[in-house]
Design a protein around this ligand. Sequence first.
Ligand code: ZN
Length: 466
Amino acid sequence: MLITDACLRGATRTAIRIDGERIAAVSPDLHPQRGEEVFDAAGAAVLPGLHDHHLHLLAYAAAIDSVCCGPPRVRDAGELADALVAHAAQAGEGWIRGVGYHESVAGDIDRAWLDRLVPGRPVRIQHRSGQLWIFNSAGLRRLGVAEAAHADDPFERRDGGPTGRLYGADGWLRARLGGAMPGLREASLRLARLGITGITDAGPDNALAEFRHFARERDRGHLLQDVLMMGSSALDPSWNRAGLTVGATKIHLRESALPDFDAMCTRIARSHEAGRPVAVHCVTLAELMFALGALQAAGLRSGDRLEHVSLASPEAVAMVRDAGVHVVTQPHFLYERGDAYLAALSPREIADLYRARSFVAAGVPLGAGSDAPYGDPDPWRALDAALRRTSRAGHVLGAGEALDPAAALRLFGSHPLRPGGACRPLAAGAVADLCVLDRAWDSVFEDPASVRVRLTMGGGRVLHAA
Ligand SMILES: [Zn+2]
């Protein structure tokens, strides 16, 4: 294929020839050969295929068929009740699966709350953090959870009985549900339409079953993106195959239940010995300090990364720089959740929220991931938020932390193993991962959220053509 009249960033118009999975040539002097397919970019911006550095693909695929239970679509208890009852009224006996719940909707809901609305069908609702599921009684029965506490049952209990609330037990839940993992075709197509040619899956429990499922979905042509799979210590880099490779060991921290410090250090060291970096989820300042302390004690490996880093003081930014790790952020949370943050956090915390420019200025490589389905998968929305830091209601959060366009492009343009590093080049010999936008570079940064992708190519194949 020959892409004509293409505009690479900072360059004049050119043409790009793709042969097999690679870019064969980039030059204004290329002309169509006989039988060659031609795509006229019409002067529009062409950039490397985007890589989402933090996404939960199985949960995203499942969310596409789920009831939305949180803001902005569902804002209060009445709207949540309407959504669940309407879904339950549809034919079927199976699970009703809700996603995106937040306590601003109806507080700390539990099994009894759900039973009043949907007594007959099993219901489970996921908190938008991904860390909590809430079940009704029919759901608990379907799972085989007894009223009395049992050793193999991680449910929260009060007065002896389960409240229906289950924290951080996705692996246990998946084993109990025993069901097939969701197909990835629709999720993958939606990502391709956004220009995404690669993803880093951030599921902390990923193991052999998930790896096999992803491999099958790629073989069937349902999973179009290249995947770097983070996950549990069970993942083995010797499984690596074309388009699906094992990444960091994902370590999840929760401030209220931090692991033993020495055990954490051992876990990091073991991962490094197995040839894998670590990716530590840290949202609060205490989690960040714990992670940095453990990384310092255990020693660093190239590719080690911190996920989210939602709050970071100036001192913490300097410590992250000294540690030499990558940070993978979610600027779009400022847009999606900014108004709630403004209501709930102190000015000091707002200043520390999703810092970006401070990290870049300190020399910390800053990549981004959507955290979908817990965040909007649209990287153009995230780019917009990285440049403007505007909430849905139009309030600006930490204007001084806004990124310039070059740093914003590195968020999703960087190599999967080096989030926030240099943008992957579009040059002869490179793998043909690219996207063609609907506008010229001049206007890309005026309103990134409205950008549409006309053509997405991954490994020389057309993944999406508008
Ligand atoms: Zn995540």
